[in-house]
Design a binder for this molecule. Structure first.
Ligand code: IDP
Ligand code: MG
Length: 139
């Protein structure tokens, strides 16, 4: 497996609950390196691009409201097999189905406010990194 960079975002609920540092430690704990970080409140334009794939889903309007509701921590993490390793660390979308010890199993308590986002594949990762880090990454 080659080195990859993935897009990870602490969602507004995670930031508001003070989980950012704990989440960063967990990514460091699996050996990934933080190569970009931006703290921002997403505007409608970036939120709609990021979640464009879910436009037809019933939960889309609530998802956009939620993700634009307050600050997020947008991050780029790099390392061996970073995309799948991060998804594993994060756990299933629905916290009730997430493996014990994953971030969502430990901290999420609803399917929509589930603390964290992680890219689900190489194409998604490169799209999302370009969207959230238009000026590029460190290193
Ligand atoms: P993922 O975040 O695990 O990749 P996706 O299926 O890509 O999950 O969904 C994106 C986000 O949309 C989820 O993280 C969650 O916040 C929200 N979401 C997904 N499915 C539902 C649902 O059935 N009800 C409400 N919100 C949902
Ligand atoms: Mg997804």
């Amino acid at each position: 497996m080659a080195e990859q960079t993935t897009y990870i975002m602490v969602k507004p609920d995670g930031v508001q609950r003070g989980l950012t540092e704990e989440i960063i430690s967990r990514f460091e704990g699996i050996g990934l390196t933080l190569v970009g970080r931006r703290d921002l409140t997403p505007d409608l334009e970036i939120a709609e691009s990021h979640y464009g794939i879910h436009k037809e889903r019933p939960f889309y309007p609530d998802l956009i409201d939620f993700i634009t509701s307050g600050p997020v921590v947008a991050m780029a993490w790099r390392g061996e097999d970073a995309i799948a390793a991060s998804r594993k660390l994060i756990g299933a979308t629905n916290w009730e189905e997430a493996e014990p010890g994953t971030i969502r199993a430990d901290f999420a308590r609803s399917i929509d406010h589930n603390v964290i986002h992680g890219s689900d594949g190489e194409e998604t990762a490169s799209f999302e990194l370009g969207l959230w880090f238009p000026e590029g990454l460190d290193g």
